[in-house]
Design a binder for this molecule. Structure first.
Ligand SMILES: CC(=O)SCCNC(=O)CCNC(=O)[C@H](O)C(C)(C)COP(=O)(O)OP(=O)(O)OC[C@H]1O[C@@H](n2cnc3c(N)ncnc32)[C@H](O)[C@@H]1OP(=O)(O)O
Ligand SMILES: CC(C)C(=O)C(=O)O
Length: 575
């Protein structure tokens, strides 16, 4: 790299705008969308789509709700021509089929042939207007380029809306001054005015001027300035649909498209997950869901984004990056402890709030309670992703992550200090394996550690009864029998304020160490006839060590007694 790059690269200078308006505007509605996956996306793939893949992609775009779809460059190949015919024959009545052609007479004719019989068709032609392209690629002067654009527009008009045999089709016309982002803004306006006159649009039948950042040249505010400049200079603005076609060379296509809408654009062309030439076209998923998370309907349905991503990956043969906004595998996941803690607290707060409002269904919650969860700008369920995938656990995780998984999978709402104790077990396993732990591995670790589910408790209560302790008001007496994992059995007898303390007293008379109960929590799990009690008991031994035990049972007292026995087993076997 050069120490002084200014000798090789020049700073981009945008149009001079004295009274720019766009910075004080806000985005309040969705633009018109045009998906160009099947044209601009397809032309940039190492292995372009087969007809079958194009069909599947087309159907997906229709299902998402796109009403304007650029299906091909029909003069490029027989595959593109044939696919255009398929789209013409199968497109729903309200979907406009768009096709692209360069400003070459024979190619325009072939392009229009491919649209014969369409219900709604947009003929899109492009011509490079930037000085760099005119000089290097075409060798045309400004006047010659303008004349070519007008000639081709008139040809399209003659072959479409002016042709008596083409009246079954509703025609629209789109013109792209290529590399608009690098075109002298006054020249772009001059060419478009001439094209406007040649096409003869009306308010009802607007012409589309698509203003591409064919190559993204500068910061997004400059693209917005270019669009505002164009909109302010074009006469008969209400006969024009201003369209954007941002590429992502500097990584700012989404921002450029958003600012350029503030600057007056009505329509956006792009691809799903930003496929397209070089760094891609603007990503329509991101643009649409950015609107959605501001409470604005994008008029596109991404309710099953994982399925859409699968189809896009299959047809493009390119992976959706794992960090792609909204659709990437990792974007609704948190691994780090403080993120997981905040997300978990966010969900708990939302659940409390829903319970307070008496709301039980997702539909009602979606209508009545604004989404506010730290680190999650969007409810993953709205785009077909699950809450289970939100929190994933590795050695960067803290207590919140593992306890979230236990809550979601086993319905166990662990007390704080048990969360801390269990997170040490998880941390050790993650470090030993040197990788992320699956949810099933974490629930299995918990079950083994605290003898729940399929893992039998080593000490068992064989028989018990809780009686009144006649020597003390309100006191209780435990009488019963237990068996250790050695097979040895003990008859027990103890007193306390309740069943648990009397059991602890009874145990302490026959087994080391002496224990007392420090903390206790219980709740129900399951529903209907399957409901069970869960008891968490933290026990302290005479030398000050603590241990947790967890008991799950239909009988709430037995759940507590089992929990206590498990913590005793720990003292006797693990210290
Ligand atoms: C910015 C964009 O994405 S534009 C869309 C680009 N997409 C594609 O190119 C995919 C489909 N393209 C093709 O199949 C072919 O390039 C075709 C059929 C269009 C033309 O093929 P060829 O005649 O073999 O031309 P080739 O591809 O070699 O070169 C392009 C020629 O078209 C000219 N050209 C390029 N853009 C345009 C345009 N907008 N209008 C008129 N002519 C153009 C070039 O100046 C060059 O002309 P030259 O041969 O006289 O120097
Ligand atoms: C044909 C035009 C719109 C194009 O694809 C571009 O300029 O990137």
């Amino acid at each position: 790299m050069l120490k002084d790059p200014s000798t090789k690269y020049k700073k981009f200078v945008g149009p001079k705008l004295d009274n720019r308006q766009w910075p004080s505007k806000t985005l309040d509605k969705a633009p018109r969308w045009l998906a160009t996956d099947l044209r601009d996306g397809n032309q940039s793939l190492p292995d372009p789509m087969s007809v079958e893949e194009k069909k599947e992609f087309f159907e997906t775009l229709v299902d998402i709700g796109f009403k304007e779809i650029e299906v091909a460059f029909p003069s490029a190949s027989q595959i593109d021509f044939d696919f255009t015919r398929y789209a013409v024959e199968t497109a729903p009545e309200d979907v406009w089929i768009q096709v692209l052609s360069p400003c070459r007479e024979e190619l325009i004719k072939r392009t229009i042939e491919s649209l014969h019989g369409a219900k709604k068709a947009i003929v899109h032609i492009y011509l490079a207007t930037s000085a760099c392209f005119r000089d290097i690629v075409f060798g045309l002067s400004e006047e010659e380029s303008l004349a070519l654009a007008v000639r081709c527009t008139k040809l399209v008009r003659q072959l479409t809306k002016d042709d008596p045999n083409q009246q079954k089709t509703e025609w629209r016309f789109e013109f792209s001054p290529e590399t608009f982002s690098d075109t002298n803004p006054d020249y772009a306006v001059k060419v478009c005015q001439a094209v406007h006159e040649a096409w003869g649009p009306t308010k009802q039948d607007q012409i589309i001027f698509n203003l591409p950042a064919t190559v993204e040249m500068a910061t997004p505010n400059i693209y917005a300035d270019q669009i505002e400049y164009f909109c302010s200079k074009m006469p008969d603005r209400d006969t024009i649909c201003v369209s954007l076609h941002p590429h992502n060379d500097r990584g700012c296509a989404v921002a450029a498209a958003e600012l350029a809408q503030l600057a007056g654009a009505d329509r956006v062309e792009g691809c799903l997950f930003g496929n397209g030439e070089r760094t891609g076209n603007v990503d329509l998923v991101t643009l649409a869901l950015n609107l959605y998370t501001q409470g604005i309907s994008p008029n596109l349905d991404f309710s099953d984004l994982p399925k859409i991503a699968d189809i896009v990956e299959k047809c493009n043969k390119i992976k959706v990056p794992e960090r792609a906004p909204y659709g990437g595998q990792l974007v609704v996941c948190a691994f780090s402890g403080s993120h997981q803690d905040a997300i978990k607290k966010g969900f708990q707060r939302r659940e409390q709030e829903l319970a307070r409002l008496g709301i039980t269904s997702k539909e009602e919650a979606d209508k009545k309670l604004i989404w506010q969860i730290p680190y999650l700008p969007l409810d993953p369920q709205d785009i077909g992703r699950t809450y289970e995938a939100v929190i994933r656990v590795n050695s960067q995780s803290g207590k919140g992550g593992a306890s979230w998984i236990i809550l979601r999978n086993l319905e166990l709402d662990l007390p704080r200090s048990l969360q801390i104790a269990f997170s040490k077990v998880v941390q050790t396993a993650a470090e030993t394996l040197g990788r992320e732990l699956l949810a099933t591995e974490i629930t299995d670790l918990f079950a083994k550690e605290y003898f729940v589910g399929e893992y039998d408790a080593p000490y068992t209560v064989l028989d018990y009864e809780i009686l009144k302790d006649e020597s003390k008001e309100g006191g209780r007496r435990f009488q019963g029998r237990i068996r250790l994992d050695t097979g040895k059995e003990y008859d027990l007898n103890g007193v306390g304020n309740g069943p648990i303390s009397s059991f602890a007293d009874a145990l302490s008379k026959v087994l080391e160490p002496k224990i007392t109960v420090k903390d206790y929590k219980e709740h129900a799990i399951g529903k209907g006839s399957d409901v069970r009690a869960v008891t968490y008991i933290e026990v302290v031994s005479e030398d000050g060590n603590t241990r947790w035990g967890v008991g799950v049972h239909e009988d709430v007292t037995l759940a507590s007694l089992t929990a206590l026995l498990k913590s005793l087993w720990y003292f006797r076997n693990r210290d």
